[in-house]
Write a protein that binds this ligand. Structure first.
Ligand SMILES: [Fe+2]
Length: 173
């Protein structure tokens, strides 16, 4: 039984995507990318109340969840930042509003990583990857406005706390 607080149209899209989570990785990632792009082009389908943060930092609002995927609206207050982390599951996200700085890292040990790429993401940006990508990154809102992103992770929100596999300290490059 899926958990959903999305509109019927978005729920149908996400239910289709949950089914495709059982397909080959490339097929699933393509489906997740298409689903996120559709949602970003139709933000009116999302409940505005789910796109509001609760105070400082990063707020996670669950939109939909099954045993295969969980979909979240993440609201980034100015100054919100994740630790450097990798994922135990697939990680897809699209930026709905605001800007986010995504910094990629290369692990140099099980505890430390060095930055390799730093990009400012704009609304409409979509990224989808498997944990073997590798997908080691940090996301920060260093702007002055709140940012909202939609995330699709390949994990059951009832079984695991988050998509994060491991966090890393930043080593000097
Ligand atoms: Fe992540």
């Amino acid at each position: 039984m899926a958990h959903s607080v999305a509109s019927a149209e978005v729920e149908a899209m996400m239910a289709d995507l949950a089914l495709s989570a059982h397909r080959a990785p490339e097929a699933y990632l393509a489906a997740a990318r298409a689903t996120l792009s559709r949602i970003l082009s139709r933000p009116d389908l999302l409940d505005p109340a789910r796109l509001v943060g609760q105070g400082e930092g990063l707020s996670r609002n669950l939109l939909f969840g099954t045993e295969a995927i969980s979909v979240w609206a993440m609201v980034w207050a100015p100054g919100a930042v994740t630790p450097v982390h990798d994922h135990h599951c697939s990680c897809c996200f699209g930026l709905l509003r605001g800007t986010l700085r995504e910094t990629w890292y290369r692990p140099i040990s099980e505890t430390h990583a060095v930055a390799t790429l730093d990009v400012l993401r704009q609304p409409g940006f979509v990224a989808c990857m498997m944990p073997s990508g590798p997908n080691l990154h940090r996301i920060a809102n260093d702007g002055s406005e709140a940012a909202v992103s939609i995330h699709v992770y390949g994990y059951d929100h009832r079984a695991q706390e988050s998509s994060i596999h491991r966090t890393y300290a930043i080593a000097a490059g």
